[in-house]
Design a binder for this molecule. Sequence first.
Ligand code: LIP
Length: 264
Amino acid sequence: MLKELIHIVQQAGALLLTARGEKLDVTEKTGPRDLVTQYDTQIQEYLRSALMELLPEAGFLAEEAGFDRPDREKEWVFIVDPIDGTTNFIQGFQDCCVSVALAQRGAVRYGVVYAPFSQELYYAKQGEGAYLGGRRLSAPDRDLAHSLLLFGSGSYYRELVAPSLAIFSAAFPQVQDVRRFGSAALDLCYLAAGRAGVFYECRLCPWDYAAGSLIAREAGVNVTNLKGGELDLWAKDSVLAGTPAAYAAMKALTDRALAERSKT
Ligand code: LIP
């Protein structure tokens, strides 16, 4: 199954690369921060066709299809983001990827994330490790002071900008530095690869984090929501991820920052 998933995701990545130099038809979904192009749609349709051929009995949950498909009762469900980092893609940045997870009864069993511009292929099968290309990943457990912080600004959700910045203000003095790449799937893969120690975002969709959460966990990274609970695969959720020491420190300062906000 993993081999077939990798092939399909790489084919989707090749489709993304055909956009280079082409005119993008950009549509605003809920506003100027929530965008979609013809490539998001084309790639999603390719993925739906190829994945349904691979496992016809599976459900399909994807960004451009939304939550309205009654697939929740199915044993297997594909959770798909055809282009994670769509705004980057539109603006000409290369930090974007194709993200596909396959979940069984609410637990992610397979995750594949492919960044076609860098040709970085991350993948994992539950219980069998995470890989970047052919290299097995094991994230080093650094403290916050020696960790880069990755985060999402919550730009889609204006009501979350203040709590996002409250966490940022609490964390910035404690970490090595910060980066904001604009693709949660890649953020989680970068933690798995040991490039950063912690990541948070106050609200994401399951297709943003399903595959990356398994890849990160299989590399030794803790992945929860901001409350420390299991990520929801059927509704939007927050994400807090980090190698064990960095995660513990980040969780504590996040709890304090949000508790302080609740008093104002
Ligand atoms: C993106 C996420 C990113 C978040 C963006 C956007 P998309 O997903 O990966 O972490 O900050 O607002 O949600 O929309 O490019 O698939």
